[in-house]
Ligand binder design. Structure first.
Ligand SMILES: [Mg+2]
Length: 190
């Protein structure tokens, strides 16, 4: 399964949610499907997309929040899983695209290439709903159930270590930051 195809399979739903992405390829691949004001690309803060997503989910309890993360990012902030599980926001879905590689910085193998099972870590941390998926249909089905469930879900999508041909995005970090903040303010005032 390619991450870009997995993203495309759930994009229509993501358009209606708040999405926080990890840095690197996943941000570009989501952007290439079509930018939305509720998409925040967490560049230059590797490992912290899930922490930001948790804060947003807790402060916007009536809004679905999806974190699009990577194996290397989760591995460098494993404590995030126990914090998310403990808070258990029903509006938060954590998707971990596991390509067993630090693809965006050169393709070095991560610990998931040598035995670390991030679904097992999430389950052990107390996440009430977890799963590992390696094909589009089961991933899409699991995402739909997770998004509708009133509990925190951590979904691991095993994907190929391939990314976009270009990392160019026609939106600046500050532009994204201010647009996203305005979008959040509008949600809170609705
Ligand atoms: Mg990776």
């Amino acid at each position: 399964m390619k991450r870009a195809d997995a993203l495309e399979s759930i994009y229509d739903d993501l358009k209606e949610t708040i999405v926080v992405t990890n840095m690197g390829a996943v941000a570009v691949e989501l952007y290439n499907l079509g930018h939305q004001p509720g998409f925040f690309y967490m560049e230059h803060s590797m490992g912290l997309a899930s922490s930001a997503g948790l804060g947003l989910a807790l402060s916007l309890p009536d809004t679905k929040v999806v974190v699009l993360d990577g194996d290397a990012s989760v591995l460098m902030n494993l404590g995030t899983l126990s914090t998310m599980a403990r808070c258990n926001p029903g509006n938060l879905t954590h998707i971990i695209f596991d390509n067993e590689s630090m693809l965006s910085v050169g393709g070095f193998p991560t610990a998931t290439a040598t035995g670390t099972d991030l679904e097992a870590v999430a389950r052990g941390a107390g996440a009430p709903n977890t799963g590992t998926y390696s094909d589009i249909a089961t991933f899409q089905g699991a995402y739909t159930k997770a998004a509708d469930r009133d509990e925190f879900s951590a979904l691991v999508a095993k994907v190929e270590a391939v990314g976009p041909t270009s990392f160019a995005m026609d939106i600046g970090l500050l532009e994204n930051r201010f647009e996203f903040a305005r979008h959040i303010r509008n949600l809170r005032s609705d």
